[in-house]
Design a protein around this ligand. Structure first.
Ligand code: SF4
Length: 267
């Protein structure tokens, strides 16, 4: 399969030149659906590093990885920093993360010498929520759960994405019924039609684990305790043998509801 040519990258760069914020622009002016389809066709079957290389050449410094320090995210950080030590990484500190997540975040920060751009929820919104509904309102209804995720994840994510032209995620197609259609490059309609890169879309969990092992990358120790997918501490549990990898997230809900609002769209 042919790689992207320099002139194709230049054409894409020209589309984004001088557009620090994409908010409010018509879709066709930014990044046509045809571009995305052609890009995905060209990138299909290519290594994740090639997707990241294209993303960095096209968007840096207006591109960043959204990291929850999952095994996928630490894999991407290793690849990103190898390609460009100045590559940007942001993270949402919801205030309810596991200690092990904070530990791996700091281990990654030290190993790669990077600045992790942490975003914290709006203090007043958290105080209002906790005073009105207590500390575990998310267990009471889907609406309450979405309210908590909205305050602790979605609003900080929107702040993190403002000003970016592209973001990178560790989404993989095999992760859940809500993610089977994940593409390498997508137009993120929920976030002002910026580009969303999912370089590990086609990778299996075995491929990710092997990469982490071979490169001795720090990873969240909860993965060794039966947690394939890790979010906030009160909303994540270990899974039993044979259970779906996402079964430990919001385990009291139906599978089709298991997104926190960060990844809204066709998957
Ligand atoms: Fe709140 Fe749970 Fe969502 Fe974290 S995962 S923001 S604790 S509902």
């Amino acid at each position: 399969m042919a790689q992207l040519t320099a002139s194709e990258v230049n054409v894409l760069n020209a589309r984004f030149e001088g557009r620090p914020s994409l908010e409010g622009e018509p879709l066709a002016a930014r990044f046509a659906a045809d571009d995305v389809t052609a890009l995905n066709a060209r990138l299909e079957g290519r290594p994740p590093q090639e997707v990241l290389k294209w993303g960095l050449e096209t968007f840096h410094p207006h591109i960043a990885l959204a990291s929850s320090f999952s095994v996928e995210d630490v894999t991407i950080i290793d690849m990103l920093v190898t390609l460009n030590p100045a590559a940007r990484v942001f993270a949402l500190d919801t205030g309810r993360l596991n200690e092990e997540t904070y530990q791996v975040a700091d281990a990654i920060r030290q190993r790669y010498g990077i600045t992790i751009e942490f975003y914290f929820p709006d203090r007043a919104a958290v105080e209002r929520l906790e005073r009105a509904k207590g500390l575990f309102s998310f267990r009471e209804s889907l609406a309450n759960r979405h309210e908590c995720c909205g305050i602790r994840k979605v609003e900080p994510l929107n702040r993190a994405l403002s000003g970016l032209k592209a973001w990178i995620t560790g989404l993989r197609r095999e992760q859940s019924v809500t993610r089977t259609q994940v593409g390498y490059v997508e137009l993120d309609a929920a976030h002002g039609n910026i580009a969303k890169l999912n370089p590990l879309a086609a990778w299996t969990s075995d491929q990710v684990s092997a990469y982490v092992r071979e490169n001795k990358i720090p990873y969240n120790k909860l993965h060794d305790q039966g947690y394939p997918s890790i979010g906030c501490a009160p909303c994540t549990r270990a899974i039993k043998a044979g259970e779906h990898p996402r079964a430990g997230r919001w385990w009291w809900e139906n599978p089709e509801h298991k997104e926190c609002g960060l990844h809204v769209g066709k998957h």
